[in-house]
Design a protein around this ligand. Structure first.
Ligand SMILES: Cc1cc2nc3c(=O)[nH]c(=O)nc-3n(C[C@H](O)[C@H](O)[C@H](O)COP(=O)(O)OP(=O)(O)OC[C@H]3O[C@@H](n4cnc5c(N)ncnc54)[C@H](O)[C@@H]3O)c2cc1C
Length: 419
């Protein structure tokens, strides 16, 4: 068996298509949408419609339904290129792909047909999916917005709290408070999700909910295909984000939303059952890091200071070389994980590694690129400050990198070799 690191002609063609689109349609307008003061104005439908017409929301849908019939690796190439131009656009496509990958892995043939056909036959080509899972969390906790606004005060932690470190009563330890109750042939779902990507812009959602009042653990959780226009679904607060503003994030409110039982995904409770989208996140942050490196390299070759172009200063060389090594390493890990996923190798640990590493690299590389720019890096009419803001999301969303550590450690401890 040989190892070949080159892209196939088909893979190179889709990468080039995405890059040309990103260069022509996304990059020139990203700063303009990023600066809109109302977060609801930042979502550029004109860009997304064109991307969808090229098939970027259908890459992994099988050709028999009208999709491009490509794999996760090809989708990651698209997401990386789009994120190179704007990470919010890349993230919108990553979350959409997360839904499709989940359906591909655990959906029934009927569910796949229903969703794929709806996306491929959408007359407006505006079909995105959302993944409403995150909630405020523990039921008895303080609402962070009230806390930040000074409307509530936290209970002071006592010495006994520090001894036990169990400050939340068992009955309130539910991570998922949204509940799905059986009613005849239907599920009736009630709850509230927050931070949800594309909420208010998507047409279909995969929603998580506790099945029945008594279930606490992940095993008691179900996932349901919910149309965004179903009676009882509404959108709450639209988040005003620090970065990645071209993706929309908002609360999703579910008030006795009734869906047929056939809309429940079967057997999907834990991440290892599906590819999980981690490597798609890795593609977003590889794209940001690569862009920051390219900007810094270009700047270092043109900026003249201290008797020479700054690329001749050894300290600047150290920054550039460190950035280049990390971008290439991140990309190799990301592509290798995607390649394994397409072979259903069950290598979930590599996906966790890719998410953690590529998001950390993006934070590091954008900061170093800002350093290469000196004072101009801090100015809003230069590209670095946006890249720094966009990159900072990586270690936070789709599980924080800290939250991924137990998952990665569990996988490492179950393997004879990490290769
Ligand atoms: C822009 C954006 C887009 C998002 N899109 C979506 C989406 O489409 N769908 C969706 O469902 N969610 C989405 N999220 C939610 C995201 O996945 C969560 O914000 C993330 O998982 C962290 O959860 P949290 O915000 O509740 O932080 P918290 O859980 O409150 O974490 C606070 C801190 O505590 C640490 N911490 C918490 N628990 C542990 C633990 N067990 N061990 C160690 N450290 C811990 C964290 O690492 C962090 O440092 C999005 C978030 C953002 C910001």
């Amino acid at each position: 068996m040989t190892i070949d690191f080159s892209l196939s002609p088909e893979q190179e063609a889709i990468r080039q298509l995405a890059h040309d689109f990103a260069e022509r349609e996304v990059k020139p307008r990203a700063a303009e949408f990023d600066r809109m003061t109302n977060p609801a104005d930042c979502f550029p439908w004109e860009i997304y419609e064109k991307g969808n017409r090229l098939g970027f929301n259908k890459t992994i849908i099988p050709a028999e339904y009208g999709g491009l019939g490509l794999g996760e690796l090809e989708n990651c190439l698209v997401v990386e290129e789009l994120s190179w131009a704007d990470a919010g656009v890349g993230s919108t496509y990553f979350v959409h792909a997360l839904n499709l990958l989940t359906l591909e892995d655990v959906g029934t043939p009927e569910q796949k047909k229903q969703v794929y056909s709806a996306i491929c036959n959408d007359p407006e080509d505006r079909f995105f999916m959302s993944w409403p899972d995150t909630e405020h969390g523990v039921a008895g906790d303080l609402a962070p917005r009230d806390f930040a606004a000074g409307r509530v005060r936290p209970r002071p932690l006592s010495p006994a709290d520090w001894m036990t470190q169990q400050t939340v009563p068992r009955a309130e330890q539910r991570e998922v408070t949204t509940i799905a109750v059986e009613d005849g042939d239907d599920w009736v779902i009630t709850g509230m999700k927050r931070f949800i990507t594309s909420a208010g812009r998507s047409k279909l959602m995969l929603v998580s909910a506790r099945k029945g009042a008594e279930s606490y653990d992940l095993g008691g959780r179900g996932w349901f295909i919910v149309p965004a226009d179903a009676p009882g679904v509404s959108i709450g607060h639209v988040e005003d984000k620090m970065g990645q503003r071209l993706m929309q994030n908002a609360e999703v409110i579910l008030d006795h939303v009734r869906i047929p039982k056939g809309q429940e995904l079967q057997g999907f409770f834990t991440r290892p059952r599906t590819r999980g989208g981690d490597v798609e996140v890795a593609a977003v942050f590889t794209g940001i890091a690569r862009r920051a490196y390219e900007e810094a390299l270009g700047y270092a070759k043109t900026r003249y200071k201290g008797g020479a172009h700054i690329i001749f200063h050894q300290a600047v060389q150290a920054l550039l070389c460190d950035m280049a090594i990390k971008v290439l390493t991140a990309r190799l890990l990301m592509l290798r994980s995607a390649w394994q996923n397409d072979r259903h190798a069950g290598m979930t640990g590599h996906n966790y590694m890719a998410k953690i590493y590529c998001s950390d690299v993006a934070v590091d590389v954008t900061n170093k690129a800002m350093q290469v720019y000196g004072g101009y890096g801090y100015m809003r009419d230069f590209p670095l400050e946006k890249l720094v803001r966009d990159a900072r999301l990586g270690p936070i969303y789709h599980l924080t990198n800290e939250m991924m550590l137990p998952l990665l450690t569990q996988w490492l401890s179950s393997m004879d070799t990490m290769y």
